[in-house]
Design a protein around this ligand. Sequence first.
Ligand code: NAD
Ligand code: ZN
Length: 250
Amino acid sequence: MNQIERVLEAIETIAVPNRVVVLTGAGISAESGVPTFRGAGGLWKNYRPEELATPEAFARDPRLVWEWYEWRRELIRGVSPNDAHCALAWFEREIEGRCGFSLVTQNVDGLHRRSGSREPIELHGNIFRARCVREGTGIELPGPLAELPPRCGCGSLLRPDIVWFGEPVPLIGDAMSEASRADVMLVIGTSGAVYPAAGLVSLVRGGLTIEINPDATPLTDAFSASLRSSATAATRPILEALAGRIGACR
Ligand SMILES: NC(=O)c1ccc[n+]([C@@H]2O[C@H](COP(=O)([O-])OP(=O)(O)OC[C@H]3O[C@@H](n4cnc5c(N)ncnc54)[C@H](O)[C@@H]3O)[C@@H](O)[C@H]2O)c1
Ligand SMILES: [Zn+2]
């Protein structure tokens, strides 16, 4: 029996879940062609993301930071959601009205929404939004920018509406409350290196926790089951088994 088959068998034996929570990281978008920060292709002009995704970097050189975001925005516009994103959107519709569900993502690429997920909790913001540094007003900026750095109507700089390293995560309370009520938590493609998101799995009390990642992470030992597998190979079979379990007894 392989690793996935063992997890599918374990799902058959759990109590019917009342709440399934999924946490995704950059790894779920890797097979769509969006580089992860810590994998190959994560560098831009020899800068590490930790040198650019910070308030200090933006204060020092807003144009440089915006050039990096423009590069990423263009790259993301050119890719499509993959089967792991689509399976999550399918699962949400499939179990609606029968089981609580929430999707928490650290990704800023918007691919969950594009694949049909209704209300992902985008912990770290969205790369297609910006906000005024003075007024805080948000604005959608889907297309390429004519001028860098872009400015608000009031004349102040716009910044990407992204939670940078060292900044508070406004939506973490929502995510913690979801995790603490979960009977099943699935964590897909996250390195477990970026807190507070990495702490969410420890809030699940007595439930089934499953990690999907081709590599072991600092969190691997904290899961009931950890699959050395890519997001597109493991996500759909696991969600189909969970949907079957949820449907089976109602
Ligand atoms: N797509 C995006 O929006 C994007 C991309 C890069 C970074 N980020 C940001 O970077 C921060 C980094 O944290 P992180 O943990 O999300 O990413 P990370 O780059 O630190 O780690 C990515 C993880 O994905 C795993 N992975 C690689 N290929 C995979 C695959 N095919 N299937 C499943 N897993 C795979 C890697 O082993 C690694 O553990 C986040 O805050 C996020 O906002 C976002
Ligand atoms: Zn303004």
